[in-house]
Each structure stands twice: as structure tokens, then as C-alpha cells.
Design a protein around this ligand. Structure first.
Ligand code: GTP
Ligand code: MG
Length: 645
């Protein structure tokens, strides 16, 4: 037989007899199925070996091909397809065609040409078989190119499409390529039995996760073709194709035992994105490939998320263990999700079982609600305080006092209309309707005396002897105690002032002539000082106001804007207990409206109605504008005048 020529030349007589017996058994049909398949496979392998050795002897091969062109149209067409993929073949075929056309030697022998054509077909199969095993990278690439190029030329010519009933253009494209299916069949035959079974079981499990894979399997059964390509085709979507590519690459690795595929994209096995690029590159001019390329960017994010999954998938594929199946199962699920709802991948999918988001949101809502409620309550309290303050109706005496002394925030035009010289720094300290360009003299002679500092005490033991009646100025820090001393005496700079609370840290004694002593006390409450220091100040002040002999009056200064504070009440209680006379002096009245000055005065008077040591009337001053200063001088001058030690 021609197909055994060259094969049995290398064997001895025993082998020849054995082979002959096998051949006869095969012809008669007495050989077992297992022996038959082994015999056929062995024969093809030997043919392949021979052909690989004889690839360079061109003369005989050319003659065979020349006859094959004539005797077998299918072989001709097949060779025509593959010629594009192998440049050497193309060159040889062109030479052969030219010879055939010129010499006309192709109608020599019909039977021999038929045999030669069949031989050529088998050669093609074997060559392709070798390629699948990974021994020819170039042919692998060219085969892929051929697949991508030649598919559309045969569109609709395959009966498989009709059997499967798949109307998708992708299925047409693939199923129409009959040669592809044949190749796949050959590839699958060369795959090791074990890996083949594993792959089949894996594919079945993967197909359970996605509707499209199930459809593809049904198509396979009906068409009778290999499920691998059917999957690739019938999914009709880029994701399914990716799955197939992964599957194909795995199969190549398993079949050939080689991890080196010539395409650089395939070398990065674990990355599905790269395989997508591979499809994109190879599928030039195909709509499906364009879709894949378009959808690559959409699916890349999803793949990136599952990248670690894919890596595990590849590693575990080699092991073909239980975990591999689980991973593939999950991968199949993902692909099924992508196939079913590709657009939903763009959305941020919230896991309904993920309680963290839900609780977080709920918590935020609850907290916000609580915060809003608290804010509302606080606002209500504040509003109620403000409402209460606004609801205060000052007495006529207080209102008249405020208006007479131009207390509260006033415009310059008001001051001018009232007869004050607004050119002076403290016009309200001037005499109204005065024609003098200078300030009038202080009406109280006591306050015309020079103010002189003579003692400072941090502790009670440092207090100077009580030689003069004393008038002390107490109050919170920054309330304006030191400024009031300067305003009363018009001697600016004698007592140091600052906008920072806590400047006065000792009890400072100032003699005002020989009649009275003015005492500047350190403030209490907020101040830029350590807590223990402030506590010491407070204790010193309390000791002074409660024990100081010669203390005739304590001017308790209250900021008009803020009113009485708890520490003010503490000092008041102390002075009440020690029966120290004290008089409330509202300061900084120039920063609030006149009506609010009157309200604050009314409020404090009402709160101190029952206090026995509180001296009426409540005084209202502004060291800045000078409002109420004259009235306060008058009150304090009486003390100095009538005070006795
Ligand atoms: N607008 C306005 N500001 C004032 C008035 N009295 C004082 N000030 C300012 O309030 C700030 C504090 O004044 P001080 O006299 O130092 O207050 P203090 O009570 O002595 O403060 P301590 O010594 O820290 O306890 C200074 O910047 C003053 O200019 C006033 O009647 N009106
Ligand atoms: Mg001070």
C-alpha cells in the first residue's frame, strides 16, 4: 500500500509480519477497537515523523501536490486555504501550479492522483496535529490568522449552523469554517486522556453557572461538533469567547506540555485582559473581535477585581484538583453574569447581605436625626433664653437713665444732636452742650486727684494696711475693670489694660489722693493662665472681698452683652455671706442696643432683688464712649466722702 511506503522499510521481518497481520485484521474487522485505535494512531505518528524528515525533499512532494490539485478538489481547496498561512507552501504551490499549467501533466492517472490527494490530506492532518502539540509556533500564529481571515468567505455554507439553529452572526462566522472544526477534532484527539476528561468535567461545571454555556452545549449535541468551538461560537459575546480562549490556552498547555506560546499576550497566562487583547489582535476585520475590543475596557474592571481569582484558577488548573473546580465554577458564574447583564457591570453593586453599608447609612441617618433633634432642642433653649430676654420690659426709670446718659450703641449724629462734642475722644465724658473745645473738668473733686499705684498682692499676707477706705472693682476677666479705673480718673495708662483676658494677675492698690483707695482685682473665669493659677486668683479675690477691712464697696462688673454668669453668682453669694456691699456695674454698654442695655439692667435687678448686700441702683457705663461714667463717679464720690475707717 502506498500509505505504508517508507514506514515498513525500517522494520525487520517480524515487525513486517506483525504489521501485515494487524493490517489484515483491520481490514477484516477482527481487530479489537482498542487495538484498532492504537494501530491507527501509531501509523499516523510514524507518518508524521517521516513527513517531518522529508519536508525538505521537494521534488516528490511537489509531484504529489501537483497530482493532488488535479485528483482531489477538496484537497486542492484545503491546500489553498493553508497556503496563505505557510509562506513556504505558497511558494512551492505557485511553482507547482505554473508547472502544471504549462505542462499539463496532471491527467496522468486518476487513481494515483486520488491516492496522492488522500495522502496529502493525511499529511495535512498530521502537520496540523503536530502544530497543536506546540511544535510549530509559526503555524499556530498563521492558523489563527487563517481562522480570522477566511471565516467570512464560507459564511452560510456549513450545515452545522442550520442544525444548531443559532442565528447569531458569531455562530455563522465560526461554524461556517469547517476546517476549524476538523482541526479542533484533531487537537482534541491528541490531548492526553486524563487532561481531556478533566477538562470536560470542568467545562460541564462551568457551563452550569451560565445560561449561555448551557445553550452552547445543547447546540453542540445537535450539531455533533466539538463543544469547545460551539461554546466559543454560540455564546455570541465577548465574555464567552474569552472563556473559550482561556480554555483553549489551557488545553494547549495540557496537550503539548508547553507553556511557551509564541504570542506575547498568551505568555501572561494569568491575565484575562491580555487574552482579550490577543483576540483583538488576531481578529482583524471581524465584527465580533471589534465588539470584544470595545467591551474589553468595560470588562477589564471586572476582570481586575477577579484577577487574583484568575491566577488561582490557572495555577490550580495544572493540579486539576477540587479547588480548581470551585474556582472555575465561580469564574463561570462571573462570566454568566457578564453575559446576561453586561451593562450592569458599570453600576456599583451593593451586596444586600453586606450589612456594613446599610448599618452605616442607617447609623448616619439616626445620628443625623439625633443631632438635628439636639440642635433643635438647643435652639429652643437658646430661643427661649433670647425670647425671655426680649420679653423683658424695662422699668421707666431704667429707660430714662439709658436715654439720659446716651447708653448703648449710638450714632455720632445722635451724640451731636445731644450737644456732645464728638471731636473729643470720649465725648460722653464731656459736658453736654459745652462750647469749650476742651473737656470740662471732672465734676467730682475726688476723681480729680492723681491716681497712684502703691501696692500689689498675690496673697492675702501681702495686702497693704487698710489706711484708706477702699473701692474694689471685681468681675470676670476682660470685663473692663482696669479700663473703668482709667475712665473714672481720666488718667489713661496708669492701670494697664489688654484685650487678652488675664492681664491683671495680682490685687493692685491705687491711691486716689488721700481720701480713697481704688483696688483693681484680677479677673475670674476664662483667662490665658493655668488652671491652678486662676484658682489661686479666685481664692485671693474671694478672700479679699470677704475679709478685707476698709472695703467699702465692691463694683461687680458685668458685661452687658453676656449678663450674669455662675461665677458671678458665686462671688455674690460670698459677698452676701460676708455682708460686703457690692454694686452691679454693666460695662461695655456701647456694643449693644440701648434697649438691650435697659433689659439687661432690668434682668439683673430682678435677679438680685432679694439680695441684701446689693446696692441700688445698678450702674451702666462704657469706658470707651464715657457713657454713665459721670453717674458712677457721683456714686463713688459719695462713698469716698462719707467713708470712715
Ligand atoms: N467697647 C468697649 N470696650 C471696652 C470697654 N471697657 C474695656 N474695653 C476693652 O476691653 C478689653 C479689656 O479691658 P480691661 O480693662 O483690660 O479688662 P479687665 O477686666 O481689666 O481684664 P483683666 O485685667 O484681664 O481681668 C480692652 O481691650 C478694652 O479696650 C468698653 O466700655 N467698651
Ligand atoms: Mg485688668
Amino acid at each position: 500500500m502506498f500509505d505504508t511506503d517508507g514506514v515498513y522499510k525500517f522494520g525487520d521481518e517480524k515487525k513486517k509480519k506483525k504489521k501485515k497481520k494487524q493490517r489484515n485484521d483491520l481490514k477484516k474487522g477482527t481487530m479489537s477497537a482498542e487495538m484498532s485505535s492504537g494501530y491507527k494512531l501509531n501509523k499516523k505518528l510514524k507518518l508524521a515523523i517521516k513527513r517531518s524528515r522529508n519536508t525538505k525533499d521537494d521534488v516528490e512532494t511537489l509531484d504529489r501536490r501537483k497530482k493532488g490539485f488535479v485528483g482531489n478538489k477538496k484537497a486542492h481547496s484545503r491546500r489553498d486555504e493553508t497556503v496563505d498561512t505557510v509562506p513556504n507552501w505558497k511558494r512551492k504551490r505557485t511553482f507547482a501550479e505554473r508547472d502544471v499549467g504549462e505542462e499539463g501533466t496532471f491527467n496522468i492517472n486518476k487513481r494515483s492522483s486520488y491516492k496522492e490527494g488522500r495522502d496529502q490530506l493525511k499529511d495535512d492532518f498530521i502537520k496540523e496535529n503536530r502544530t497543536v502539540k506546540g511544535r510549530s509556533r509559526d503555524f499556530e500564529i498563521s492558523k489563527r490568522k487563517f481562522f480570522s481571515k477566511g471565516g467570512r468567505n464560507y459564511s452560510g455554507s456549513d450545515s452545522m449552523e442550520d442544525k444548531s439553529g443559532n442565528k447569531s452572526p458569531q455562530s455563522k462566522w465560526v461554524s461556517s469554517r469547517k476546517g476549524d472544526f476538523t482541526l479542533e477534532t484533531k487537537e482534541r484527539k491528541t490531548v492526553k486522556r486524563r487532561s481531556h476528561d478533566v477538562e470536560l468535567s470542568e467545562r460541564k461545571k462551568i457551563s452550569k453557572g451560565g445560561r449561555n454555556f448551557s445553550e452552547s452545549e445543547s447546540i453542540e449535541d445537535r450539531s455533533g461538533n466539538k463543544p469547545h468551538r460551539s461554546m466559543w461560537v454560540s455564546n455570541g459575546k465577548g465574555d464567552a469567547t474569552l472563556e473559550t480562549e482561556k480554555y483553549a490556552s489551557r488545553k494547549f498547555r495540557n496537550a503539548a506540555g508547553s507553556s511557551e506560546v509564541s504570542d506575547g499576550k498568551l505568555k501572561t497566562k494569568g491575565k484575562v485582559v491580555d487574552r482579550t487583547e490577543f483576540v483583538k489582535v488576531d481578529g482583524g476585520g471581524n465584527d465580533l473581535k471589534k465588539k470584544l475590543a470595545r467591551r474589553k475596557s468595560d470588562s477589564s474592571m471586572h476582570f481586575d477585581q477577579n484577577q487574583s481569582k484568575s491566577r488561582r484558577y490557572d495555577v490550580s488548573t495544572e493540579k486539576a484538583g477540587k479547588k480548581t473546580v470551585q474556582d472555575k465554577k465561580s469564574l463561570g458564574d462571573d462570566s454568566a453574569v457578564m453575559d446576561d447583564q453586561p451593562r450592569k457591570r458599570k453600576r456599583i453593586r451593593l451586596d444586600p447581605h453586606d450589612i456594613s453599608n446599610k448599618r452605616l447609612d442607617d447609623g448616619i441617618v439616626i445620628n443625623e436625626e439625633n443631632k438635628e433633634k439636639k440642635e433643635d432642642l438647643e435652639k429652643d433653649v437658646k430661643l427661649s433664653q433670647n425670647a425671655q430676654f426680649r420679653a423683658i420690659q424695662p422699668s421707666p426709670s431704667i429707660l430714662s437713665f439709658v436715654e439720659d446718659n446716651l447708653l448703648g450703641r449710638r450714632r455720632l449724629i445722635e451724640l451731636r444732636r445731644s450737644g456732645y462734642n464728638i471731636e473729643l475722644s470720649a465725648p460722653l465724658d464731656n459736658i453736654p452742650s459745652s462750647t469749650s473745645s476742651e473737656r470740662e473738668r471732672i465734676e467730682e473733686s475726688v476723681f480729680r486727684n492723681k491716681l497712684a499705684f502703691f501696692a500689689a498682692a498675690k496673697v492675702s499676707s501681702s495686702f497693704p494696711p487698710p489706711d484708706l477706705p477702699e473701692i474694689a472693682f471685681a468681675g470676670r476677666s476682660n470685663v473692663g475693670k482696669s479700663s473703668l479705673l482709667n475712665a473714672l480718673t481720666r488718667q489713661w495708662g496708669v492701670v494697664r489694660t489688654s484685650d487678652k483676658p488675664g492681664l491683671t494677675q495680682t490685687i493692685n492698690f491705687f491711691k486716689l489722693g488721700s481720701k480713697v483707695c481704688l483696688v483693681d482685682l484680677p479677673g475670674y473665669g476664662f483667662a490665658y493662665a493655668k488652671e491652678e493659677v486662676k484658682d489661686a486668683w479666685e481664692e485671693l479675690v474671694k478672700e479679699y472681698v470677704s475679709t478685707r477691712v476698709g472695703l467699702k464697696r465692691v463694683c461687680l462688673l458685668i458685661d452687658t452683652k453676656w449678663g450674669m454668669k455662675p461665677r458671678d453668682y458665686e462671688l455674690i453669694d460670698l459677698m452676701e455671706r460676708s455682708q460686703t456691699k457690692y454694686q452691679i456695674v454693666l460695662t461695655k454698654t456701647d456694643v449693644v442696643f440701648p434697649i438691650d442695655v435697659a433689659r439687661r439692667a432690668m434682668q439683673i435687678e430682678e435677679s438680685l432683688k432679694a439680695n441684701k448686700s446689693a446696692v441700688q441702683p445698678l450702674m451702666m457705663v462704657s469706658s470707651k464712649s464715657g457713657a454713665g461714667i459721670r453717674s458712677l463717679r457721683t456714686v463713688l464720690a459719695k462713698i469716698a466722702r462719707f467713708a470712715k475707717l
